[in-house]
Design a protein around this ligand. Structure first.
Ligand code: GDP
Ligand code: MG
Length: 596
């Protein structure tokens, strides 16, 4: 029975065509009857808008090969560097991976990082060259690069057009003939690994699992091995485009369980579920945990909604195991949460999801990395919030996290990219890797804080989109950092504090003052904006008091225009946050980032 199952994922660099290929597979296997539009697996609104896959999605298909029907479980994965956590979880649930390479772009940074994750997990790799409809003939260089990377023969590479459906049958045939069926013992005690979960307000928490050994029957009493809690599986099933309930799910299956669990803390991704009466002796080995690299605080725009924000973040965490948070408070912003994210994009997506899925407007403070501070009294502290930064006089030294950045590009952009890396305090590592067709890999050691902000956007623009990057944490190194403090109307605004390298202090202080003086609207009185370092003011701007009423613009007596203007003003107010006597747009804290 188990011989008829194939569990696989699709891995690729972003935009190389994973989601489009998944759509074609769903069509050919008649999992969907006809073309229903593009990117069926990207069901989160955000994914459609940003055109990227954020969450991994699982879907089951059936395919007939040599007169036998096979069950194929496809797990779509995100390609962006921030989401390698999701990729690694998907990979843990598969035996094979389709490696998609865009023939116009060839191998890029995340092609390599995702491939190496797959190889580490001993997955069978099926290399696919996508978008061949864009070329009359396939470039030999690209083929060579793939062969070199995967270690395969030229005839193993399947040329396809995910857009037109060309070559897709061959991909399906290879999935069946080359990827092994899941191992596992249907008669052994139940072991199922939780790879994802989702909060459903009506049904309680839905748990997504892959069964390694044994089976689950509807109504069975299940034990969660890390907590010891026992629940009844009152609904179980498999995942097609919708959930399909079943009476039994078996070894090798990817499926879901609903047990009416309401408490988010009881469901842990990576936990093993077993039978309560005949439990497995051991849990399945957990996934490698990813440490948060970027920190920022989230506060409700409306401070009365703190409790609501708390329950929303808890629910979101169910579906995003890589998010971490703890309560904090600040004199300027009240009660909120200090959160840890995998990267900058991850942070933005958490904010967007809170606002859309949970309908709660939030203020996100400036992100920062974590620092190791050595005090003169020989204490060593880890600090991931600039407001906790001790007085400069008490410090011996500060260390910040460094990463090794690998950048893939064409040789003509190398000059631009090198200047960008130098501006970001990068140090080149002396082993340029030339590949075929004038492509090159360069490596820099760089402070993580420098790429947290706009590195990705800048890299794209200086290379006309022909550069991709990936990074690994390499350790903490000492740095000459200063804490910049912002004062608005003589009030210290801790959430706007920043740690910056000493060479950038003056430049940034000036820019921050300028930017804030544009962002903060005029009030009835003038507002001084100041930036200080170690208690010394180093930059200053003043927002002049406004004299005119907004409605003064509508001379004459046009009442309706006047009303419209006032309404518009009221709407804008909702997104304002009062700090002392000053109304600050809640977006200030984000817009502010662009100055870095
Ligand atoms: P993902 O980020 O890997 O999921 O990539 P998508 O599936 O979203 O594809 C990225 C873009 O490439 C979309 O605009 C697709 O329409 C386009 N695309 C995907 N496959 C093909 C193909 O075979 N030929 C052409 N011409 N475009 C494709
Ligand atoms: Mg996609």
């Amino acid at each position: 029975m188990i011989h008829d199952i194939r569990n696989f994922c699709i891995i690729a660099h972003i935009d190389h065509g994973k989601s489009t290929l998944a759509d074609r597979l769903l069509e050919i296997t008649k999992t969907i009857s006809e073309k229903k539009g593009d990117q069926l697996l990207d069901d989160m609104d955000l994914e459609k808008e940003r055109g990227i896959t954020i969450k991994s999605h699982a879907v089951q298909m059936e395919y007939k090969y040599n007169n036998k029907i096979y069950t194929l479980n496809l797990i779509d994965t995100p390609g962006h560097v921030d989401f390698s956590y999701e990729v690694s979880r998907s990979i843990a649930a598969c035996e094979g991976a389709i490696l998609v390479v865009d023939c116009t772009k060839s191998i890029q940074a995340q092609t390599i990082s995702n491939l190496s994750l797959a190889l580490k997990n001993n997955l069978i790799i099926i290399p696919v060259l996508n978008k061949i409809d864009l070329f009359d003939s396939i470039s030999e260089d690209v083929m060579k690069e793939i062969m070199e990377l995967v270690g395969c023969k030229i005839e193993d590479i399947i040329p396809v057009s995910a857009k037109n459906g060309l070559g897709i049958n061959r991909v399906l045939n290879q999935i069946i003939t080359r990827i092994p069926s899941p191992k596992g013992d249907p008669k052994a005690p139940l072991q199922a690994i939780i790879f994802d979960s989702l909060y459903n307000p009506f049904r309680g928490i839905e748990i997504f699992i892959r069964i390694k050994n044994g089976f689950i029957r509807k109504g069975q009493k299940l034990r969660f091995m890390s907590t010891g809690k026992v629940y009844s599986a009152y609904e179980i099933g498999i995942l097609k485009l919708k959930r399909i309930s079943k009476n039994q799910i078996n070894t090798g299956d990817v499926g879901y369980i609903v047990s009416g669990i309401k408490n988010a803390n009881e469901v842990r991704v990576g936990d093993t579920i077993t039978d309560n009466q005949i439990p497995a002796k051991k849990a399945i080995q957990k996934f490698k945990e990813f440490k948060p690299m970027v920190f920022a605080s989230i506060y409700p725009v409306d401070s009365d909604r703190y409790e609501e924000l708390r329950s929303s973040i808890e629910k979101l965490k169910l579906n995003d195991a890589s998010l971490s948070f703890k309560p904090e408070s600040s004199p300027a912003l009240g009660f909120g949460f200090h959160c840890g994210f995998l990267g900058f994009l991850h942070m933005e997506i958490v904010k967007d999801r809170l606002e859309r899925e949970y309908d709660i407007s939030v203020i996100l403070t400036i992100p920062n990395v974590s620092y190791i501070v050595y005090m003169k009294n020989n204490q060593k502290v880890l600090i991931n919030n600039p407001s906790d930064f001790p007085e400069m006089e008490k410090l011996k030294k500060v260390e910040e996290p460094y990463i090794l950045v690998s950048i893939f590009t064409k040789d003509i952009y190398i000059g631009n990219i090198m200047s960008l890396c130098i501006e970001k305090r990068g140090i080149m590592v002396e082993n340029h890797d030339y590949m075929v067709s004038r492509r090159i890999k360069i490596m820099y050691e760089m402070p993580l804080s420098e790429i947290v902000f706009d590195f990705y956007d800048k890299l794209k623009s200086v290379s006309n989109g022909y550069a991709s990057f990936d990074y690994n944490f390499i350790g903490y190194r000492s740095s000459d950092l200063k804490k910049i403090t912002v004062w608005i109307n003589h009030e210290k605004i801790e959430p706007l504090s920043l740690l910056v390298h000493k060479t950038k202090v003056f430049f940034l202080a000036k820019k921050i003052c300028k930017e804030l003086s544009i962002l903060i609207p005029k009030h009835q009185f003038s507002i001084p904006i100041q930036v200080s370092v170690s208690g010394r003011i180093i930059a200053r701007e003043t927002i002049k008091a406004f004299r005119k009423n907004v409605t003064d613009k509508c001379y004459g007596g046009d009442i309706s225009r006047k009303r419209k203007l006032l309404e518009k003003q009221k709407k804008g107010k909702k997104k304002m946050r009062k700090i002392g006597k000053i109304e600050i747009p809640s977006s200030t804290f984000m817009t502010f980032l662009k100055v870095k």
